[in-house]
Structures are given as structure tokens and as C-alpha cells.
Write a protein that binds this ligand. Structure first.
Ligand SMILES: *[C@@H]1O[C@H](CO)[C@@H](O)[C@H](O)[C@H]1NC(C)=O
Length: 220
């Protein structure tokens, strides 16, 4: 290849990496845009409108939403997340923070966040965590308190508390103000309306009774 072809290629790849790949939420055009969650909701866009900057206060940038654990669910965990209601100052900044409490033997089952990468620090307890990449390779690790782990955007991951005595507490930063979460088993077996049984029978190579049993196990 001629030298200027190589330079052109390098230039284009640099450009693509700037404008295309790994882009998170849109960049804010103001210092901040405190979410106006009380305004009319008959206006829809990718962002929530901001309140008048003259009316912002420090309370918009602080929250105690993650100070207490929430109630445990059927998998024995709870996740509390910041959002535009409990922390309106994060609007447009492309960030969220989550607290996960995982009881003894509790599991945050395989799930993904379609709009965010996540980095977690384990504050208390011990966890077996992992994610599967798109070539189906599993990356898994045992975490002790103080350890961090990264879950890349959109990839299926799990957190399992293998400790027999202590609950686990993690704090995560997420690269979107609205990361979204999809638990694989629930999305597959408890959607409304349901995915037709014949699809699940073929997809999981099981029979109709298996599908019924799994649906029932999830309360369906
Ligand atoms: C966590 O607990 C709160 C209430 O304490 C509940 O509203 C929420 O649905 C729970 N979240 C999960 C993921 O279990």
C-alpha cells in the first residue's frame, strides 16, 4: 500500500473512533441540565427538558437514594439506581450510580444493560461475578471486598454471593443516565404477551412441560 493510503486509512480510523464507536449518551451543551421532572410530559425527546438554571439548587445534585438497601426480590437481591427523579442533576451527564445488595446465596441473574458499561466495587462480602462476550467466552472472577470488576456495555453478566454468612454490597458507576436492564430468564419466560411456547421449546431444546414449569417458577 502507498504511504498516503496508509495515512488516509489511519486518519479515517481515528475519525471513526472519535465519532462512531464507544459513544455514550449525547454530550451536554450546558454545564448542567437539571431534569424538569414536574414539567408537562406531552413532549418526548431523547432528553428530559432542563429547569431554568436560575432555579437550580445544590439539592438537585445530591441524593440519599442509595443510602439504604431496598427489599429483596425472588432472586434475593435488590438494586437501587439513581435516575432523573432522585438525582435530577445527573440529567444529560451520561452517568448513573447503582447500589446492589445481594443476600447470602443470592444471585443477580444473567442480565445486560443495553445502554451502559458498568464498573462495580465490592464494599462488603464476597462475590463470584462474570460476563460472556459476543464470541461466547466467559470472563469470571471471585471478588473480595475492595475489588472492582468491569462489565462491558450490553454484555450478559451475573453476580453471585457464594458467602454462607455475609450479605454482599456493591456500588456501580454506569455510563448512561438510563442504562436499562434486561434479565435474560425473565425477558424470555415472563414477557407480556408471552413468547409462544413453540419458540422456547425450540430455542432451549426442551418440551412444553419444561416451559410451563419454568414460567410457573417465575410466578407466571
Ligand atoms: C428494590 O427495592 C425497592 C423497594 O425497597 C423496590 O421498589 C424495587 O423494585 C427493588 N428492586 C429490585 C431490582 O429488586
Amino acid at each position: 500500500m502507498e504511504i498516503n493510503h496508509i495515512l488516509l486509512l489511519q486518519f479515517l480510523m481515528g475519525l471513526f473512533s472519535l465519532v462512531g464507536f464507544g459513544k455514550s449518551d449525547p454530550n451536554p451543551l450546558h454545564d448542567y441540565c437539571v431534569a424538569n421532572v414536574k414539567g408537562p410530559r406531552n413532549f418526548f425527546s431523547n432528553l428530559v427538558p432542563c429547569i431554568n438554571p436560575d432555579e437550580t439548587s445544590v439539592s438537585h445534585f445530591a441524593t440519599s437514594a442509595l443510602s439504604e438497601p431496598g427489599d429483596m426480590n425472588q432472586f434475593n437481591f435488590n438494586v437501587t439506581l439513581t435516575n432523573i427523579n432522585n438525582l435530577p442533576g445527573l440529567n444529560t451527564l451520561g452517568l448513573a450510580m447503582a447500589r446492589a445488595d445481594i443476600a447470602v446465596n443470592g444471585l443477580v441473574p444473567p442480565h445486560s444493560h443495553p445502554r451502559a458499561s458498568e464498573v462495580s466495587i465490592l464494599l462488603e462480602g464476597s462475590l463470584l461475578v462474570g460476563f460472556v462476550d459476543t464470541s461466547n467466552r466467559l470472563y469470571t472472577q471471585r471478588l473480595r471486598s475492595g475489588d472492582c470488576f468491569v462489565f462491558p456495555k450490553g454484555l450478559i453478566h451475573f453476580l453471585y454471593n457464594t458467602d454462607l454468612v455475609n450479605p454482599a454490597v456493591t456500588i456501580s458507576g454506569l455510563s448512561s443516565q438510563n442504562p436499562g436492564a434486561q434479565i435474560s430468564s425473565l425477558a424470555t419466560f415472563t414477557s407480556k404477551p408471552p413468547i409462544p411456547d413453540e419458540i422456547l421449546i425450540k430455542a432451549f431444546k426442551v418440551n412444553g412441560q419444561d416451559v410451563t414449569r419454568i414460567r410457573r417458577n417465575f410466578g407466571g
